[in-house]
Design a protein around this ligand. Structure first.
Ligand code: ARG
Length: 267
């Protein structure tokens, strides 16, 4: 995780940011982030990245890159506004001892925001359409030696796959089907049996219910409606709601604020 010391919404690179320029309550953002860190530290060890001036979105560490085993692929951001993060993030991965893979300069890829490990099957789910280009997918498949399922994102509000799709322990899945095209929905249904698919409606998806951090049977989210919570709990999970309203103004929530560094396996 990376503290929101320099977090701001003074630019506009996704539909959630529009209209929120200058609307941040920084004190509240800091308290919400501290609370998330505190809650996650009960089930996970937290590694902190030093925040950097002039890099307001670096707080969303899911976009730093994608990690599997001891290998990391650095992000190459689509919006110019986030490109300045790249040298810092690459150095950070190297300093942590990861073997760093770098994409060609003309291929966009936004890390774990658009690449998720299935928690049951031996494949990766990777989004494309807004902030990652499909041209990045074959590189990921090769570097991680895993089947990759390409998911086409079609609704700009769900511009990273992790805003509408969250693989859970034992092969369960939280997802918002309208965020994906028809073929992608078929690909999902083929791999995840219906009893394991937890469909998230527009209202819950708008509250970033799919942008969840899942550790074992614990699920951390900004907000989930009562019916959604009960459907998740029926599958044996515990739901923890944590107010992250200030980060929603930037189009991010719990999962975007974290990057999982200890994914098992890999090439
Ligand atoms: N404001 C950030 C951006 O648009 C939010 C990133 C959210 N990250 C995510 N993994 N969905 O880049």
């Amino acid at each position: 995780m990376c503290a929101p010391d320099y977090f701001s919404v003074d630019h506009n690179i996704n539909p959630w940011m529009a209209g929120n320029t200058g609307q941040l309550d920084m004190g509240r953002a800091m308290r919400q982030w501290e609370n998330l860190k505190q809650e996650l530290s009960k089930t996970a060890d937290i590694e902190l990245m030093e925040p950097q001036p002039d890099l307001p979105d670096i707080v969303f560490t899911a976009n730093a890159g994608f990690v599997l085993g001891n290998r990391a692929v650095a992000s190459h951001f689509m919006p110019d506004e986030r490109r300045a993060e790249e040298p810092y993030l690459k150095q950070w991965f190297r300093d942590q001892g990861f073997e760093l893979c770098e994409l060609p300069d003309d291929v966009g890829f936004e890390g774990a925001g658009d690449c998720l490990l299935d928690r049951n099957g031996p494949w990766l789910w990777a989004g494309y359409g807004f902030r990652t280009e499909i041209e990045a997918h074959p590189y990921l498949e090769k570097w991680f030696d895993r089947e990759l399922v390409s998911i086409h994102l079609t609704d700009s509000r769900f511009y990273h796959i992790d805003t509408a799709f969250c693989p859970l322990t034992d092969g369960y899945l939280l997802y918002h089907p309208p965020a994906f095209d028809y073929e992608s929905r078929l690909a999902i249904e083929k791999r995840v049996p219906s009893e394991k698919r937890i469909v998230v409606d527009t209202e819950d998806a708008g509250n970033f219910a799919c942008n969840a951090v899942n550790v074992g049977k614990d699920i951390f989210v900004h907000k989930a409606s009562r019916p959604l919570k009960s459907r998740i709990q029926k599958r044996g999970f515990r739901v923890h709601e944590l107010d992250l309203s200030e980060f929603l103004k930037s189009g991010g929530s719990a999962k975007c604020l974290t990057l999982r560094l200890t994914e098992p396996g890999g090439a």
